[in-house]
Design a protein around this ligand. Structure first.
Ligand code: AMP
Length: 468
């Protein structure tokens, strides 16, 4: 082989190697996803509504770690629940601690309540949170392995009025993000008093129909018969249909609690459907359980937007004193999907009304200072500092529909002045650096006044047209 050919081959090999390396690209891990900027306006709207509603109802924000003790969820959520038994991401740390990625927020909120002595403060403790949860689920639309929930918890009070108020709060969130036709399903699953008696009835009913149950429900019959009511298998649904219903076997206390809840919901005109099969998939619930569904979902069990209920024994189970509690959590990914399906209005971020154009290195450096001065005084500014060409910068300014363009060339940079171009009138004026913030603010105020007058006139004209 000639030396030239050898050299070419060598070069080709190097190129192949480089290409190979370049080809290696990464994707999100199965069940995880990026929430892209294009979808953020919906998320932003939802986040803002949650914050506002929390403040309106006097709930304080709490942020809890994503990594928690595995045992806490086994004791709290329940060892035999699908979430803990099948879906938890659990592992040992290098130090040997048994941990997991949180599959839900309620046990963490209760842990924080106890850890930080909140029981000695205001009662009930009213907490809300939002953040990522992790479940090793089968990924599909609206079901991910990493998903977001927001949740509200009221810890320390027994009264059914709190259950009603939490439902009212959730409904407010749905309405405020623009969702329509969200239905509420309710049930009461009793307490320590009445549940054991009801469980006995249920076991005897299902024992007589054991053959008709799925494998999982056969196991549930021994460990947690109530959860058979919630099974999604067609064969079990048939059997469950005739099963004794919790609401028919409540003790006096649970019955009057449930009645109070229903009457309170009637009072605030929140419609509901009592679903005797609703038990929720977590172990800690007592008395009230509820779930929200978008109406006309093809498969309603898959599309629950959120759910919650009372957990009067959870605080005790996690090592605290006897303390009642009630709360709910909603899936933010599912709410956003529903917002998109229902064509709701997303959040519209304020846009800059000023654009900075710069020419030359000195002007670029000085622009950075002017940009900062304007931002600090509350004026949003758009720019494209990386661009050199005047025409392309002005084109961008036009696209952004700003009302003021500030032009800083080499000469202006030396003189410490800026050319202020009013995009509405087309007029130009030279302003000194010192006066630029004041001048821009004055002009923006004026153009906002003109715009508001114009909008008012248009609205009046539209009203007149309607009347005519
Ligand atoms: P849960 O307490 O398990 O009923 O969860 C409350 C809400 O979180 C559900 O109603 C869903 O909206 C949402 N959710 C639960 N699991 C997932 C998941 N794997 N992916 C997306 N959202 C979920």
């Amino acid at each position: 082989m000639s030396k030239v050919i050898e050299k070419i081959k060598e070069e080709e090999d190097v190129e192949k190697e480089v290409k190979k390396k370049r080809k290696k690209s990464f994707q999100t891990v199965r069940g995880m996803r990026d929430i892209l900027p294009k979808d953020q306006p919906y998320w932003q709207k939802l986040r803002k509504v949650i914050e506002k509603t929390a403040s309106d109802y006097n709930y304080d924000r709490i942020d809890m770690p994503v990594l928690e003790s595995r045992e806490m969820f086994e004791r709290g959520t329940g060892k035999t629940t699908d979430i803990v038994e099948k879906e938890m991401f659990k592992f040992k740390t290098k130090g040997g601690d048994d941990v997991c990625l949180r599959p839900e927020g309620t046990p963490s909120a209760v842990r924080a309540y106890l850890q930080h002595g909140m029981q000695s403060k205001q009662k009930p403790a009213k907490l809300f949170y939002s953040g990522q949860m992790y479940r090793y689920d089968r990924p599909q639309e609206g079901r991910y392995r990493e998903f977001f929930q927001f949740g509200f918890e009221a810890i320390g009070e027994q009264d059914a009025i709190l259950d009603a108020q939490l439902i009212q709060l959730a409904v407010r969130v749905f309405q405020s993000v623009g969702l329509k036709n969200i239905s509420l399903q309710l049930n009461s699953i009793g307490c320590k008093e009445c549940r054991p008696k009801y469980n006995k009835l249920l076991v005897s009913y299902f024992n007589n129909r054991k053959k008709a149950l799925c494998m999982d429900c056969k196991k549930r019959l021994k460990k947690n018969p109530l959860r058979i009511l919630d099974c999604k298998e067609e064969k079990c649904i048939q059997v469950v249909f005739q099963a004794p219903q919790t609401v028919d076997h409540l003790c006096d206390n649970c019955r009057s609690h449930f009645t109070m809840l229903l009457e309170s919901l009637d009072e605030i005109d929140i419609p509901y459907v009592i679903n005797p099969q609703l038990v929720r998939g977590l172990d800690y619930y007592s008395k009230t359980v509820f779930e929200f569904f978008p109406e006309c979902g093809e498969d309603e069990t898959q599309s629950a937007l959120g759910g919650g209920g009372r957990y009067d024994y959870l605080v005790e189970n996690l090592g605290g004193p006897e303390t009642p509690g009630v709360g709910f959590a909603c899936g933010m990914d599912r709410i956003v999907l529903e917002m998109m399906k229902q064509n709701t209005k997303p959040y519209i971020a304020p846009t800059p009304k000023v654009y900075m154009v710069q020419l030359g290195d000195l002007a670029k450096k000085k622009s950075l200072r002017i940009f900062d001065d304007l931002e600090r005084s509350g004026v949003m500014v758009a720019e494209s500092f990386g661009k050199k060409n005047l025409k392309s910068q002005l084109r961008l300014a036009n696209q952004k529909k700003v009302s003021i363009v500030l032009i800083l060339g080499q000469r202006e940079a030396l003189d410490e002045t800026v050319i202020l171009k009013d995009m509405e009138s087309g007029s130009q004026e030279v302003i000194t650096f010192k006066k630029i913030v004041e001048e821009v603010k004055k002009r923006l105020k004026k153009s906002a006044e003109i715009a508001s007058k114009k909008a008012k006139k248009e609205q009046e004209a539209r009203k007149k047209l309607k009347k005519a």
